[in-house]
Design a protein around this ligand. Structure first.
Ligand SMILES: Nc1ncnc2c1ncn2[C@@H]1O[C@H](COP(=O)(O)OP(=O)(O)OP(=O)(O)O)[C@@H](O)[C@H]1O
Ligand SMILES: [Mg+2]
Length: 502
């Protein structure tokens, strides 16, 4: 690893200076005259609600997106915005882990890690395969990641893929690293590991720009906070010590966001909507799992990543066949199920299609008329309604989903799951990447659906989310149900249960 030259590392001096950055996409003013400064050896949190312009700002910084106005200096390189991308000129100064995964699924882990790394290139640009494999394995070991360097990236879980991209950026030896929503798919243990690495690199003088909707993480890693709202800076370079979660949320949203509490609409005497009897979550699991959900109930599946909560959810949703046992509905027929999948980028949406088409895919039955043709008026009304309920911010329903901000892509996936008017919703990490205000809107929507008799199954790693939503919490660990909380459990009960098996 190249260590930043101590001669040029002065923590009172900026390493990144951006002045008067503006960027317009069609009719959207994503950035309006933004100033942004990052010091040497600083972790700088860049915050704001979905669509505020965070990803756009860091993309102009790393040269992925050309800004319309302004000047940018990174280390010793200065660029004037003239519509020309300049990423190649600052390759040695900045690494950018983007919000949308950028790994090549058909290449190996080692190739993905070292594609851009000069370490493994011999003279004349020939890559030493052996060196690449051994360097990759060393990196995987250092990060405690139990995968082979020869594995194809496409075969890995969303969390591991995200970790790989972070490792790649952190090992390039550059002085500025952008992490855009780095923890969206990470487990708690993986987050710990990331934070330790960030702290160690910061001690060497490396600077981070850290984007997250997990405001508690900000207090864990960041020194400085800048907040954007509607493409403008509303708080510039504030010391994290002068802020708290509520204050940040209010500044992000431009209004007070109250945190709601759970409500119980469980129809305890109604017939079961969906049940599992003796199902095997793993090929070799000895014990079968039993589960049932009634109308109006919101159940959270919790427990460590890979412990079986995801498998249980996918089996209940009919996406995965249990290794033994059976999933059934009331009276033998399975209910209509709306699914919010865990990896939105891989299976949640089709980027080149618009919001309308993406949402409508989820409900072709409901939207088509007698001869199987889609009723376009009905579609526009239904999708418009769902987009409003899920608070999708887009320039129109025709805008391509790839052009939406990360949080708004997640809301589209959520809207798609509701399109078929499901009786049961199975949602894995449903508010991943969604800002604090929009999260509350989605929670209110789920409660409203439960009040109308839907069953809601949420898979989540977030204690706040579970406690705000779930009338019942089922802890899944090592392929079994190891605990359950009901009724008026407290946050403390929940934390103890979740940590008990972490
Ligand atoms: N390629 C593009 N084409 C058109 N509009 C775009 C494009 N990229 C971004 N936008 C728009 O610019 C605005 C800012 O988006 P940006 O992705 O920067 O938000 P963000 O702050 O990163 O939000 P999130 O927290 O949801 O990731 C949004 O309205 C978005 O739809
Ligand atoms: Mg973003």
């Amino acid at each position: 690893m190249n260590i930043v030259d101590p001669e040029i590392m002065d923590r009172t001096q900026p390493i990144v200076e951006m002045r008067n950055i503006s960027k317009t996409f069609g009719s959207t003013k994503a950035l309006r005259g933004v100033d942004f400064t990052v010091m040497h050896g600083e972790v700088h949190a860049l915050l704001g609600r979905n669509g505020a312009g965070k990803s756009t700002l860091v993309s102009t910084m790393s040269g992925l997106v050309a800004s319309d106005t302004g000047t940018i200096r990174i280390s010793r390189t200065e660029v004037a915005a003239n519509g020309q991308p300049y990423a190649a000129r600052i390759r040695d100064d900045i690494a950018h882990v983007q919000q949308t995964p950028q790994l090549f699924n058909l290449l190996t882990v080692a190739e993905n890690l070292f594609l851009e790394n000069p370490l493994v290139r011999r003279k004349f640009g020939i890559v030493s395969h052996r060196r690449m494999m051994s360097e990759a394995q060393a990196l995987l070991d250092k990060w405690n990641i139990d995968i082979r360097a020869e594995a194809l990236a496409g075969e890995l879980s969303a969390g591991t893929r995200q970790l790989l991209e972070i490792m790649k950026a952190l090992s390039r030896g550059v002085p500025v690293i952008i992490l855009d929503e780095p923890t969206a798919a990470l487990s708690n243990a993986e987050k710990r590991m990331l934070f330790e690495q960030v702290k160690a690199l910061k001690a060497l003088g490396i600077s981070f720009i850290y984007i997250s909707h997990h405001l508690d993480e900000v207090f864990e890693v960041a020194d400085t906070v800048t907040i954007l709202r509607d493409g403008q800076v509303v708080k510039e370079r504030e010391d994290v010590g002068n802020l708290n979660v509520e204050l940040i949320a209010d500044l992000m949203m431009g209004e007070k966001t109250a945190r709601s509490v759970r409500v119980d609409h469980t129809q305890a005497d109604a017939p079961v909507l969906l049940q599992a009897r003796g199902i095997g979550l793993y090929p070799v699991s000895a014990e079968g799992v039993d589960f049932e959900i009634r109308p109006g109930e919101i159940v959270a599946l919790a427990g460590p990543v890979g412990g079986g909560k995801e498998a249980l959810a996918m089996m209940l949703a009919g996406q995965l066949t249990p290794y033994k046992g059976k999933v059934s509905g009331a009276g033998g027929t399975l209910p209509t199920i709306g699914l919010v999948p865990t990896d939105r980028h891989a299976s949640g949406y089709v980027g080149i299609l618009g919001v309308r088409e993406n949402v409508a895919i989820g409900g072709l039955d409901v939207l088509s008329g007698r001869f199987g043709f889609i009723d376009l008026d009905k579609e526009a009304a239904h999708v418009g309604n769902l987009a409003r309920q899920t608070n999708v911010i887009a320039s129109s329903l025709e805008q391509a989903v790839s052009q939406l901000s990360g949080g708004n892509q997640q809301k589209v996936v959520f809207a798609r799951a509701l399109c078929q008017n499901p009786q049961v919703i199975v949602a894995l990490s449903p508010t991943r990447g969604v800002d604090v205000g929009a999260k509350e809107q989605l929670y209110a929507l789920l409660r409203d659906l439960a009040s109308k008799g839907l069953g809601v199954i949420v898979v989540s790693d977030e204690e706040d989310e579970i406690s705000q939503l779930a009338n019942r919490v089922v802890i899944v660990f090592e392929g079994r149900i190891t605990g359950e909380l009901r009724g008026d459990y407290t946050m403390k009960d929940l934390i103890l249960r979740m940590e008990g098996v972490a």
